[in-house]
Design a protein around this ligand. Structure first.
Ligand SMILES: [Zn+2]
Ligand SMILES: [Zn+2]
Length: 227
């Protein structure tokens, strides 16, 4: 498996194009928009897009998936069913924010522990709520590479203050699902530069080891004082 990252839409959302080096069949994670760029890259590399994988229902990530599937014949898998209400409102929300977006229902909703396949490649699926309810991340074991959408970024974490977000869930997801994959695992976030889980564990001011120790102490204090 190899991959490339193209920042798309005016939100500079990281669209990842993954391909099987044996078959040149490809999966596109979050075809959020600027489909011409995605398709041009596939043509340049002689890739056949087979699968669109969606991390979550926000329009910068999911807004172009329906059109991408219609243009290429790729099937759409993900996110988790918890984002169904977001996918249903993609058209409205995209219009509000000036990004062309279309609603869709994926060919397959994903659950924690599922795998997805394209060419000879398998990725595992992690359900990662906290930024929104149906967020999933994708992991390639052989390359030790994760694609985490808007859960975790280099030096910061995903937004939780909107209706479907929850800070405690987000921290739990990052610490116990993502970091649990191993310090050596590299990740592509939904926006901005790539990093490794070990680097974030050391230095991320929101979820690094030092911040997490303070967070746990605060939770213990709250539990203690309400008892
Ligand atoms: Zn998002
Ligand atoms: Zn985003």
């Amino acid at each position: 498996m190899d991959f490339a990252v193209l920042p798309v839409t005016r939100y500079k959302m990281n669209c990842s194009i993954l391909w099987c080096e044996q078959t040149l069949r490809a999966a596109v994670i979050d075809p959020g928009g600027d489909l011409d760029e995605i398709l041009n890259f596939c043509e340049l590399m002689d890739l056949t897009p087979e699968l669109a994988l969606v991390t979550h229902g926000h329009f910068d990530h999911a807004g172009g998936a329906a059109r991408f599937a219609a243009q290429t014949g790729a099937r759409i898998e993900g996110p988790h069913r918890g984002d169904a209400h977001l996918l249903a409102r993609l058209g409205d929300l995209g219009a509000q924010y000036g990004v062309p977006a279309q609603s869709f229902t994926p060919a397959r909703w994903l659950d924690h522990g599922d795998s997805v396949h394209f060419g000879d490649v398998t990725l595992s699926v992690l359900h990662c709520p906290g930024h929104c309810r149906g967020h999933v991340a994708y992991f390639h074991e052989g390359r030790r590479q994760a694609f985490v959408g808007d859960i975790l970024f280099r030096g910061t974490i995903g937004a939780w203050e909107h209706a479907d977000g929850d800070l405690a869930t987000l921290i739990d997801t990052i610490r116990n699902r993502l970091f649990a994959l191993g310090d050596d695992v590299a990740f592509v976030p939904g926006h901005g530069p790539e990093s490794r889980f070990g680097e974030e564990r050391r230095s991320n001011p929101f979820v690094g080891d030092a911040a997490y120790a303070r967070w746990q102490a605060r939770l213990a204090l709250q539990t203690g004082s309400s008892a």
